[in-house]
Ligand binder design. Structure first.
Ligand SMILES: [Zn+2]
Ligand SMILES: [Zn+2]
Length: 362
């Protein structure tokens, strides 16, 4: 039996004993070290997404392989970060350089994970269900980590950091000397700030509704901090000789902030939609501004990353001291504290909450 955080229906969470699915020849069993509380986990239980229930939450995690199937090709004892978006390598997008749009992972919210104590089958969030003491996943869903990388914090490489850094580098193509605007400073937004800094941005203007995010933003690499307001674009232009930002990274996912980010970008600049918004809002543009400003509007899906390639690049930054895995972590919690972490997230408080397992001797 494994303790896991089970959502039995929207809004109903409990830590329960579950039985993981049997280990297949190509699977590994991973003892979890750290799990980040991601906004997508909240979206799975607050009605934004419609997964099937019961569902074990969690998809941003690290751990140690404790058992491996005969053809898994992974050693027991290997430190790993879990990958919730395993590309198939054969579909059109995979064979055309866009594995993050792989057709086999499009729209997936869960996969069979095991059974609850009463025998009811449950789904594992994004195929991982990592808010648990242990998981059984396909070997293709683990990316090896060097032993000297802080294991608990490395969980964030699996979602927030890959998504945020990838948004800046792969989707926004932030270049040395750029002025970058980042709206929304949760785990992903703060990682987008770090990504812009890694890409050599000169000026990084971080924006949030809460001024409590300023110190986190500056630690992540922001040069300027602005509290969100309706005249944001005007303020950004006044900070950039009237031009606007070269790249905006919108990490909220609302029509208002997407429109603000777009308006704050210079002629010929790029606005990246990173936040996952609802479908009952609309963003409007007039034809003349589309022509005149010549801006690019793109979205970033999982940082337009291939985790198998891009986590290695992030680890080089970690090894060189350019990327601090713990910089965005503001709360260290246990499985039982997740509902409170969701409440803080909804109030816009804090950076990343990291679930750890003090009993795990890893
Ligand atoms: Zn996530
Ligand atoms: Zn594919």
């Amino acid at each position: 039996m494994t303790r896991a955080l089970v959502a039995s229906r929207p809004g109903e969470l409990a830590v329960d004993d579950v039985t993981l699915r049997a280990l297949g020849p190509e699977d590994v069993r991973v003892r979890i070290a750290g799990v980040g509380v991601c906004h997508s986990d909240l979206s799975m239980v607050n009605g934004t997404l419609r997964p099937s229930y019961p569902l074990v939450l969690g998809h941003e995690a690290s751990g140690v392989v404790t058992e491996a199937g005969e053809s898994a090709g992974v050693d027991v004892g290997q430190h790993v970060v879990l990958n919730w978006a395993v590309p198939c390598d054969t579909c059109w997008h995979c064979t055309h350089g866009q594995p993050w749009l792989c057709s086999t992972i499009e729209g997936i919210t869960g996969a069979p994970g095991g059974t609850l104590a009463d025998g009811t089958p449950y789904d594992a969030c994004l195929g991982l269900g990592a808010m648990a003491e242990e998981v059984v996943v396909a070997a293709s869903a683990v990316v090896p980590l060097p032993n000297d990388v802080p294991l608990e914090e490395a969980a964030l490489l699996g979602c927030a950091i890959l998504t945020g850094v990838g948004a800046a580098q792969n989707a926004g193509h932030v270049a040395a000397g750029d002025t970058v605007l980042v709206l929304g400073l949760g785990g992903v937004g703060l990682s987008a700030v770090a990504g812009a800094r890694l890409a050599g941005a000169d000026r990084i203007i971080a924006v949030d509704v809460s001024d409590s995010k300023e110190s986190l933003a500056r630690v992540a690499g922001a040069t300027d901090f602005v509290v969100a307001s309706p005249d944001l674009a005007k303020r950004v232009r006044s900070m950039t000789d009237g031009r606007g930002a070269d790249v905006a990274l919108e990490c909220v996912g609302s029509a208002t902030t997407i429109r603000q980010a777009w308006t704050a970008v210079r002629r010929g600049g790029t606005c990246v939609v990173v936040g996952v918004g609802p479908k009952d809002q609309e963003v409007t543009f007039n034809p003349l501004e589309l022509f005149h400003f010549s801006r690019t509007l793109v979205s970033s899906v999982y940082g337009n990353s291939d985790p198998r390639r891009d986590i290695a690049g992030l680890l080089e930054h970690v090894a060189a001291g350019r990327l601090d895995l713990a910089a965005t972590i503001t709360d260290r919690i246990t499985l039982d504290d997740v509902p409170a972490a969701f409440e803080r997230m909804q109030r816009g408080q804090g950076g990343r909450a990291l679930i750890t397992f003090p009993d795990h001797d890893l």
